[in-house]
Ligand binder design. Structure first.
Ligand code: 6R9
Length: 679
């Protein structure tokens, strides 16, 4: 999104507080003062978070709210003891939610004759408690899973994924979830890094009416692990589709066989985990090829989720909540599983694609369950807004009272469409900014805040109370309002990652060393703070792409490309895409003996699919060039390449790259342009 988009929003600016924003829990007359008091100084900030921590359950309270004696290794609620599985089920039951529906799961296949989904599974808090205890028992007794072990899950959107997550947490074990759109290579790399002994997967799942296989990918990953000295002892397979799958008697066990003889009423004593112990690792992409294992805490993470569920989603007992993300990404970890369960909500979980059997499936789901809180992505909105508005109007969506988005900047058209068609130009809607590393939403518009900071659609709103963020220039000084800079988080927050798994130095280098002399967290995003203090996140400032909201590093793509025998070199940049936000555009130099052809381009895409996963392969463009333009110091001229595919002319590009002579840039432009035109 460009700076100009801010102008587009002018027409939206309003002093009106939408009616449904009034009278909320955080509404106070002296709101602004109160808001500012939560970030006034370190003491005030800690007091605010301590109050929030007091709202959740602890086996033992903390001795210290924040240990900042060894920055950037901040530790929250030190000495406290709790457990994410306990908070998600036992604590809910203790609060009277035993028979409340916690999860409504809907499979993708649609029954045309009955005009309803073929499968719906519903689970109360007690059901989830029971099932996750049974799984915990089997993991503990049969596979000797102990506190501290990391289990790898490669699962689609089926209820067993949250059940296994909770079963692991119950034992004080940790999970490392790999999104089911990743390849065997990617799964193996992550399993090896986490030292996995056990992988949990499914035979397959439904997507856009097709069955997608998972088990052969896991088998391949198990082989790669073995070649790298890691023996995967057990692969637990959940039967979702019933398709034929390859089977290995030595390692494989069906989930239903695994738990069959466990007494249904078994109760596993929950492990009292240290607040500053870790709950999971989730790998995310950065500017180098090796994925980074963001390691999250237990206590601080729990407080962060509970607080943001209340602040940003304004949860009430009778809400029907639906976050459309995949649990394989952080949004699903925090806001499909742990956050909503901890808040005692009834959530929807949907297996499949938004446009199956037709592009009104989501609106149908909202109507059928009376969804009140809806959380989705700009990519999905842009995809669905291509269809006639009547498709939405056909449905009664009036139950929705909050609709937020996440994952990428939301462009004006998409926001307008979302706000009008889903939000009835009335309800709370905003773009909540956060990252895998932050664990929790850090900005947004939320009920109550509207009193002093009226809705400014398209912005990322304000940092939540108790969080400090700035837009900084290269030297770490705040930019003037309206001037683009780097988004930084200037003090620790409870949901923050603790470190990068087994890579503490990398943690310091990547996130905490960007601004000399200042212990600020560098997000990697460009942003603007406007004259009213609203944050506009513009997109990544580094070489990370967001393809349909999925985070992927250009370095990962380039490193996969180079593994193909035909490729001498490649440079990947993001190409703007009207639906997916960005897609990979790969300038590729071939080795001698290979010549450009459509077949080779297709083969390279297939190669990407096999090495990274389907998530990058579908909309990738491969463009063959004779050379990739570089600066004299050997850096790829990425900005120039980006400008070329965006259609810039020679005049626009000559000053793009630092340290590049105008002539050099022009030459690079001409040669790349010529190569693209030959194509
Ligand atoms: C939660 C999630 C993080 C990156 C982040 C930024 C982009 C996320 C956004 C947004 C603009 C929003 N991003 N939310 N950009 N507005 N509301 O997406 O985590 O996958 O780690 O990606 O996504 O660029 O730095 P993750």
């Amino acid at each position: 999104m460009s700076k100009e988009s801010i102008e587009v929003y002018k027409e939206f600016e309003t002093d009106i507080i939408p009616p449904s924003w009034k009278d909320r829990i955080w509404d106070k007359k002296d709101f602004k003062e109160w808001y500012e008091s939560t970030v006034k100084d370190k003491k005030a900030k800690e007091e605010w978070w301590e109050k929030r921590a007091n709202e959740i359950f602890w086996f033992k309270k903390w001795n210290k709210v924040l240990d900042d004696s060894n920055p950037p290794f901040y530790r929250w609620f030190v000495g406290g003891e709790t457990n994410l599985a306990y908070l998600a089920t036992d604590w809910q039951i203790a609060q009277g939610r035993k028979n409340k529906l916690a999860l409504i799961w809907e499979g993708e296949p649609w029954d045309e004759a009955l005009q309803q989904p073929k499968e719906v599974r519903k689970f109360t808090y007690y059901d989830i408690h029971r099932i996750s205890n049974v799984i915990s028992y089997a993991l503990k007794e049969k596979l000797k899973v102990k506190k501290g072990e990391i289990l790898t899950f490669y699962l689609p959107m089926i209820p067993e994924l949250p059940f296994y997550m909770l079963a692991a947490q119950r034992l004080g074990a940790k999970h490392s979830i790999v999104y089911s759109g990743f390849s065997a290579d990617a799964l193996a790399t992550r399993a090896i890094d986490g030292g996995a002994r056990i992988i949990v997967t499914a035979d397959g799942f439904y997507r856009r009416g097709r069955i997608i296989s998972l088990k052969p990918i896991v088998d391949e990953a198990v082989k790669i692990c073995a070649q790298n000295g890691l023996k995967i002892e057990k692969v637990i397979v959940i039967k979702r589709t019933g398709q034929d799958i390859p089977w290995n008697n030595e390692t494989d066990v069906w989930h239903h066989e695994f738990i069959k003889d466990v007494p249904q009423n078994v109760h596993i004593l929950v492990e009292k985990c240290g607040s500053e112990d870790f709950s999971y690792i989730l790998y995310t992409s950065g500017t180098t090829a090796a994925p980074k294992g963001a390691q999250h805490s237990i206590g601080g993470y729990a407080v962060a989720l509970y607080t943001t569920m209340k602040l940003i989603f304004d949860v009430r007992e009778d809400d029907i909540y639906w976050c459309t993300a995949d649990i394989g990404w952080v949004t699903g970890h925090s806001y499909i599983v742990y956050g909503p369960l901890m808040a005692g909500l009834t959530s929807i979980m949907y297996e499949g694609a938004p446009d199956c059997p037709g592009p009104d499936r989501w609106w149908n789901i909202i109507q059928r369950y009376g969804v009140t809180i809806f959380y989705t992505t700009p990519t999905a909105i842009r995809m669905l807004m291509k269809f006639p508005e009547e498709l939405v109007r056909k449905y009664d969506l009036s139950t929705v009272r909050i609709c937020h988005s996440v994952g990428e900047p939301i462009n004006p058209e998409a926001f307008k469409w979302y706000y009008k068609n889903i939000g009835r130009e009335d309800i709370v809607a905003s773009s909540t900014w956060w990252m895998t590393e932050t664990g929790q939403m850090l900005t947004g518009h939320f009920p109550g805040l509207g009193k002093i900071f009226p809705l400014k659609p398209g912005t990322n709103g304000y940092p939540i109370p108790g969080v400090t963020m700035e837009v900084l220039d290269d030297d770490g000084n705040p930019c003037k309002p309206g001037v683009r800079g780097y988004l930084a988080i200037t003090s620790p927050w409870p949901g923050m990652l603790m470190t990068l798994y087994k890579s503490p130095q990398r943690y310091i280098d990547v996130y905490w060393s960007r601004f000399k002399g200042k212990m600020y967290f560098y997000t990697g995003d460009f942003a603007i703070k406007d004259q009213d203090g609203y944050i506009w996140v513009l997109g990544r400032a580094d070489d990370v792409l967001k393809v349909a909201g999925h985070r992927i590093g250009t370095a990962e793509i380039e490193s996969a490309m180079i593994k193909h025998p035909a490729v001498a070199e490649s440079a990947c940049v993001g190409k703007e895409d009207p639906v997916k936000g960005q897609t990979p555009f790969i300038f590729t130099v071939l080795k001698q003996g290979y010549s450009p052809s459509q077949e080779l381009a297709n083969e390279l895409k297939m190669h990407l699919r096999n090495t990274i996963g389907p998530l990058v392969a579908s909309d990738t463009t491969i463009a063959f060039v004779d050379s990739v333009p570089k600066t004299r110091s050997g850096k790829i001229m990425r900005r120039l390449l980006k400008a070329i595919i965006a259609g810039a002319t020679l005049g626009d590009v000559s000053t793009l790259e630092d340290g590049v002579a105008v002539e050099e840039a022009k030459k690079a432009y001409e040669s790349v342009k010529a190569a693209l035109e030959r194509k």
